[in-house]
Design a protein around this ligand. Structure first.
Ligand code: TXA
Ligand code: MG
Length: 350
């Protein structure tokens, strides 16, 4: 497609204007790239059935060819058309959690190009809930391959400006509908294994899944993470969800975390480091005097809010060139499991 001037379009997040969706759908049909909000993070979308368009995603992100893309679908019918067969639990889970932050890995149909799945026999399918994503899928009437709209290895984009910062002119259009609501990516659940395995914890919690289909397992890297209770392992966490500063994590009850975090901040500052902190409201008065920059996620225990604001906070710390980022590590329940996963990967990058 001929490169036109890049367009950032403001959309109403609840009632997206059709004229803009039509323009975006045209770009997709012509093999271009459109960044769009989902309820989790912004996605970088291309026509999933057009291998040249899909190749542009990998180039724009610097994404290695071995990392498969997930495919966004309009409805269950479209999902069926992309799967070779529907595994056990598929319809139950799709019925319960779609549209929503759950990606289901199934055996793929031959319609999907190898480029999308990095040559694997499986494909991850997800029906997003955000009105802009849902309306774009309806308007384009195409399956849309879309990874998170960030450079490979960096934190996902939860605002249009993050997309612009990372991907700039390589995107033909950015649909800006404000910050995303969940802030962490979808749960990736592999239905080709029995019992099903969580490959990436995310917006739909393990507890929610188990309430519907019974026990699910955690893929080894996630299980390791849990077993280690807070100690990141560089092997499994190489360069993912990583800000430029070094992340250090603090786990425990609030008072204990506050005391240890403050002691560490003082120590680092005395040695001349620029220290930032991502902490709860209650911790702010004590942490502010001993750090360069503090961002609060809300009340202690509100891990949903912590998730929503996490990636934006990390990006602000990057912009301010913070060398060390001290951060609360939530417990491994509910959305806390996904937040832990991202934070430990961020901490384990070095
Ligand atoms: O919330 C989300 O899932 C966002 C929004 C845009 O939908 N998308 C997203 O995509 O986070 P991405 O590509 O950044 O992460 C998808 C993850 C990757 O870790 C990828 O390796 C894994 O899902 N994945 C995709 N297809 C897979 C497959 N067939 N088998 C195993 N893992 C797969
Ligand atoms: Mg990603």
């Amino acid at each position: 497609m001929a490169k036109t001037t890049q367009q950032i379009v403001n959309l109403n997040p609840v009632f997206p204007q059709r004229i803009h969706l039509q323009a975006a759908a045209t770009i997709l049909r012509q093999g271009g790239l459109v960044a769009f909000p989902t309820e989790t993070v912004y996605g970088l979308g291309a026509d999933a059935l057009n291998k040249d368009a899909v190749a542009k995603i990998f180039t724009a992100k610097n994404r290695p060819g071995w990392d498969p893309l997930i495919v966004h679908v309009r409805d269950i019918e479209m999902a069926k058309s992309l799967a070779k067969e529907l595994p056990a639990h598929f319809l139950t889970l799709a019925g319960k959690f779609w549209p929503g932050p759950l990606t289901l890995v199934v055996e793929r149909s031959a319609r999907i190009p190898d480029e999308v799945t990095a040559g694997r026999s499986t494909v991850g399918l997800r029906m997003p809930k955000h009105p802009v994503a849902a309306s774009l899928l309806a308007e384009a009437s195409l399956p849309i391959a879309a990874p998170s709209a960030n450079k490979f290895g960096r934190t996902s984009a939860t605002r249009a400006e993050h997309v612009l910062d990372d991907l700039g002119k390589s995107v033909d259009m950015i649909l800006d509908a404000g910050p995303t609501t969940l802030g962490v990516e979808s749960t990736v659940l592999d239905l080709t294994q029995s019992p099903p395995a969580i490959l990436r914890p995310g917006g739909v919690t393990r507890e929610e899944l188990e309430a519907v289909i019974g026990p699910v397992t955690l893929a080894p890297s996630v299980a390791d993470e849990l077993a280690k209770r807070g100690v990141a392992s560089p092997g499994m966490t190489t360069q993912h969800y990583a800000p430029r500063g070094q992340v250090e994590l603090f786990e425990g009850d609030r008072e204990d975390v506050t005391n240890r975090l403050i002691a560490r901040a003082i120590d680092l500052r005395n040695r001349g480091h620029k220290v930032a902190a991502y902490v709860s409201d209650e911790m702010v008065p004590a942490v502010t005097p001993v750090t360069e920059l503090v961002s609060s996620f809300g009340k202690w225990g509100d891990w949903e809010r912590m998730a929503r604001r996490l990636f934006a906070a990390l990006r602000v710390f990057d912009k301010q060139e913070m060398a060390i980022i001290l951060c609360v590590l939530p417990p491994a329940t509910g959305l806390g499991l996904a937040v832990r996963d991202r934070l430990q990967r961020a901490a384990g990058k070095k």
